[in-house]
Design a protein around this ligand. Structure first.
Ligand code: ADE
Length: 325
């Protein structure tokens, strides 16, 4: 039936050789090329394992998706999109912006799909925020700056992440960020234009909604996403790094959505005014009115905000990240 056809199509799309590390055509890998270790991540339709490449003993992260589960949940498009985005990012690798997990290769067997990815040794950003309570301003602005440079690169390629949150921001061995989880992302048709109104209102069944606390009001109200939706998430993440908690909070997802649509949030006492200023200009209901939304290339209006005073955006990857306190 219909599902069978989908599976066949999906097979074809994943069977292309993906091997970004060597130029020579090397044999397609299998799970036997790796020693699988502990589970380091779990998504709704995937499990991520720490693994070791038996040929060079290098550690990697392998995202494993069960085909039966993907078919049952009709998530084929998400997996396909994730591979597409990871491939675009790997092919457009910019050594000054090494802030994304890289796809090393993909393979499959009868039951599962495998994505071999960069292993982020220090895991997710979230537990660092949670454990410390909040970041000091130096630390908050360093990580906000890495996120901003990463978003500039992503958006210049016409990719919107759509589910940016501290769980999807991983940390490498040197504590630099590696953004992951592109399953919810969207590839725009017009990668070079960067106007704020590139929303795709008439996208077919664009029923995607990101994680409650970081989802933008336009995604909730109109199911439309633009680059500006990631800027909203950036505002939420800066708020969370500075204060320790995300701006829109409730035990009920429904209440969170209501608060987002009403822009119902407050700054706690002691929230640094310069951080308050940038957050307030990102958490704006109208996506075209957010800081950076009308920037032609990159986000100069964000870069030049006083919050980022003293940051050298060109050398972030070479800098030693500030201690997290
Ligand atoms: N959790 C999910 N993906 C991961 C990765 N690539 N590295 C470390 N932890 C992860």
């Amino acid at each position: 039936g219909h599902n069978k056809t989908q599976l066949t199509n999906h097979h074809n799309s994943t069977e292309q050789q993906t091997n970004h590390h060597s130029t020579a055509l090397t044999p397609k890998r299998t799970h036997r090329d790796y020693i699988f270790g502990k589970v380091i991540g779990e998504g709704s339709f995937s499990t991520v394992y720490l693994a070791k490449d038996i040929h060079n003993s290098k550690e990697c992260a392998i995202k494993v998706c069960e085909k039966r589960h993907i078919l049952r949940e009709r998530k084929g498009q998400y997996i396909k999109r994730e591979k597409e985005v990871l491939t675009i990012l790997s092919l457009n690798h910019n050594p000054k912006v090494p802030f994304f997990v890289k796809l090393q290769c993909t393979f499959q067997d009868m039951e599962r799909l495998y994505f071999v990815l960069t292993y982020a040794k220090n895991g997710e950003l979230l537990p660092y925020i949670t454990k410390v309570g909040s970041f000091d301003i130096t630390c908050s602005k360093f990580y906000a700056a890495e996120l901003l440079v990463a978003l500039e690169h992503l958006h210049s390629l016409g990719i919107i992440h759509r589910d940016l949150k501290p769980e999807n921001i991983l940390l490498d061995e040197n504590m630099h960020i590696l953004i992951t989880d592109f399953g919810s992302s969207k590839i725009l048709n017009e990668p070079t234009s960067q106007d704020a109104d590139d929303t795709n209102h008439i996208q077919r069944r664009n029923s995607f909604v990101g994680t409650a606390q970081y989802v933008s009001p336009e995604l909730l109200a109109e199911k439309s996403a633009s680059r500006s939706s990631d800027l909203w998430a950036l505002g939420c993440i800066i708020y969370q790094m500075v204060s320790g908690l995300p701006p829109f909070r409730s035990r009920s997802e429904y209440i969170i959505f209501q608060k987002i649509l009403k822009l119902d949030y407050e700054f706690p006492d002691g929230f640094a005014p310069v951080a308050r200023s940038i957050v307030a200009q990102l958490l704006v209901l109208d996506p075209s009115k957010r800081l950076g939304a009308t920037d032609a290339v990159g986000y100069p209006s964000l870069r030049s905000h006083p919050f980022f005073t003293g940051i050298n955006f060109d050398t972030l990857h070479e800098q030693t990240p500030p201690q997290i306190y």
